[in-house]
Each structure stands twice: as structure tokens, then as C-alpha cells.
Design a protein around this ligand. Sequence first.
Ligand SMILES: Nc1nc2c(ncn2[C@@H]2O[C@H](COP(=O)(O)OP(=O)(O)OP(=O)(O)O)[C@@H](O)[C@H]2O)c(=O)[nH]1
Ligand SMILES: [Mg+2]
Length: 385
Amino acid sequence: MFEFLKKLVAKEKPKKTKKAAAKAPAKPTTKPKKAAAKAPAKPTTKPKKAAAKAPARHTTKETSENDDSLKKNIIELEPKKKGLFGFAEKIKKGLTKTREKLASPLTELFSFNKIDNSFYEELETILLTADVGIPATDLLISNVKASVQKDKIVDPKALKELLKKNMVALLSTVEEQLVVKKTSPFVIMMVGVNGTGKTTTIGKLTKYLTDQNQSVLIAAGDTFRAAAVEQLQVWGERNKVSVISQETGDPSAVIFDAINSAKAKKIDVAIADTAGRLPTQKHLLDEITKIKKVMAKCHESAPHEVMLVIDANTGQNAINQLKAFNEALGVTGLVITKLDGTAKGGILAAIAKEIPTPIRFIGVGEGIDDLRIFNAKEYVEAMFE
Ligand SMILES: Nc1nc2c(ncn2[C@@H]2O[C@H](COP(=O)(O)OP(=O)(O)OP(=O)(O)O)[C@@H](O)[C@H]2O)c(=O)[nH]1
Ligand SMILES: [Mg+2]
């Protein structure tokens, strides 16, 4: 069974990223049903002791990992823990391709023999090509120009540090770590466009939180794709945490049950997965707004974090995604994924300038440990060096 799930997840992932946009329009208008209880009653596959304490809903499945043979498989999947040194190295390694896109042209630029108009034009092109966007590019260049004039800088080489310094200053405005409040549960709602890495990020985030002795419960709120629940269950098994799912096809009902279950068990953090959706799909944005309202009904001031997951490869479209999700839900934090790929990395600066939103984490790989707390200085170092 587990082998099947692994294959399923492994097979599905590479396809998803490319097909995501095409897949979305086929999504039917979701009419959330009130009838969680109407769904076919499926027995809980692997009940935990604690599950008995949760509100009795026959349709709700809770999976958690107790099976030894399964544990063996899971352990093989988990990379070894890294020390502090490994942490910085991993970011650098993860951002190798990103860095190549920015660092090589910059190195060439800084070897120009003088700082003139064509130097600034070239700098502008490099920044725009790296997804920094017009407003942030303008800001960075005007700040650099001002320092050049003020300090009478003539050597282009000196501008590298100056540019880095300005980039750090800009990115620091969105460096704001996630703080888990003791609200038992602290509810995190994971949202975003199709295939950006929501489910994978939940897996990594669960690892990050459990490493900090937080108890976590996951709600399988993506009821659109059958494989989505299984994908999440694999992450639940890897992290040894419960995943609440239902057969109803109603994400609000699943999440409602999950939050109540987390409350009953005094779980620290409940993370709700949701189906991917495009900002242009109004009915799906309406649906997710409804999910958010349902959360607030079952737990005071939930969700405590609306976490938008953005694929760094999206480029400037990330700004549109952020605006749309922010309007619909009020985004409180961001995760920028796939910075280990071919992404150019400047999108973080564009976000910081155009629609400043706390960047909680960056994703630098598909593994369970490939989530990093966003640190502006570390990020800029990894991009430039
Ligand atoms: N290289 C890399 N791949 C990632 C990262 N995060 C996620 N992925 C991959 O991106 C693909 C999509 O990830 P999912 O977590 O399924 O994305 P999703 O947003 O849940 O997708 P939907 O539920 O279909 O909307 C998978 O192949 C993941 O392994 C990352 O930081 N780096
Ligand atoms: Mg998903």
C-alpha cells in the first residue's frame, strides 16, 4: 500500500507543476454540501487512541502512523538532520541555479571600467530579467545612484556590496518569522495556485513544527483530487502526525471536523490543505472565502495564519496571485517555493516593494528538510555569492 502511495506521489509531482494551470479550469464549481453525515461511512483506517476523544463522525478518516513496516520505509525517506553549517550550505546549494542567473551577469557588469549611463542601463536589465520588477528595480538603482554620488564612488566593483546592502534592506522589510500562538490549535490555512507546493510545504512545515515540540494535525481540505488526500497521508506518515480526511467532497466539512478534533485533543497546530485555484476562478475564490468563514465559526479568530504558497518560477505573475488571494482572504504570510530550481529569485524583492507581505519560509527542494525560515541577509548572500 505504502509503495503504491509513494509511486503515486512520485509520479504525480513532476506532471503537476507543468499541468497545473491547464488542470484548473476543468475544476467544477464547488457547491459545499452541508451533509458531511450523508457521505458514505468509511471506517477509520488506523485509529489512534486519541481519535476516540474526537467528535464521533463516521465519515471522518484519521490516519496516523503506528505500523512498524511503514515506519521503516518512512525513515529511509527522511534525510539526516543538518547542523547549523549545513543549513546555510543548503540554502546556497538550493539557490545555485537562481544565483547563476543573477551573479554571472552581475560579475560581468561589475567588471565594467566605469559607472555611466550604460552601466545603470545594464544593471536595470539584469534586475528586471531576474524578476525584481520595475518598482523594486527603480528603488534599488536610485539608492545605488545616490550612494555613488554621495560617496563619490568611481569603481564599479564597489557597487556589488552596495547593491547587496540595498537588497538586504529591502528584503528585511518582509522578513518576519511565523509565531505560533498558544491557541490550541493555532490554525494555518494553506492556499495558492495549482501546483505551487502547498501540500509539500505542509509536509515540510509539519516537520519544522514537530521539531520544535509542537503537536500538529493536518486537515485534508483538498477534496477535489482523490490523490491529494493520499499525498497528504504520506506526509502525515513521514511526520507521524494525524491526517483528517472525509469522503464528502466538502472541504469546509473536513476542516471543521479537523479543527474540532484538534481542539478536543489540545493539539498545538492544525494545518489545513486546500485545493489549488487560479485567482481568475471567481467561484473557487468564493469557495475558499467560505472555508475561511467556517474556520472562524469553529475556533475563535481562526485561521490565525493564511499562508499563500507561491512558486518562484511564476515570475511577475506572483504579484497578481498575491493581490487576488489577499483580497479574498487577507494573506498573512508567504512561502516561496522551488528556489532550488531555475527560478530567478528576484520575485521576493518585487513582493517586498509592491505588496509587502511577511515571507515566512522559502522552499529549496522536495525533501522534508527543504524548508528554510526566510532570512534576508542569508538569502542575498546565497543569491550573490
Ligand atoms: N524543486 C522543488 N520542488 C518542489 C518544492 N515544493 C514543491 N515542489 C514540487 O512541486 C510539485 C507540486 O507540489 P505539491 O505540493 O503537490 O503542490 P500543490 O500546491 O499542493 O498542488 P495542488 O494541490 O495540485 O494545487 C511536486 O512535484 C513537489 O515535489 C520546492 O521547494 N522545490
Ligand atoms: Mg496539494
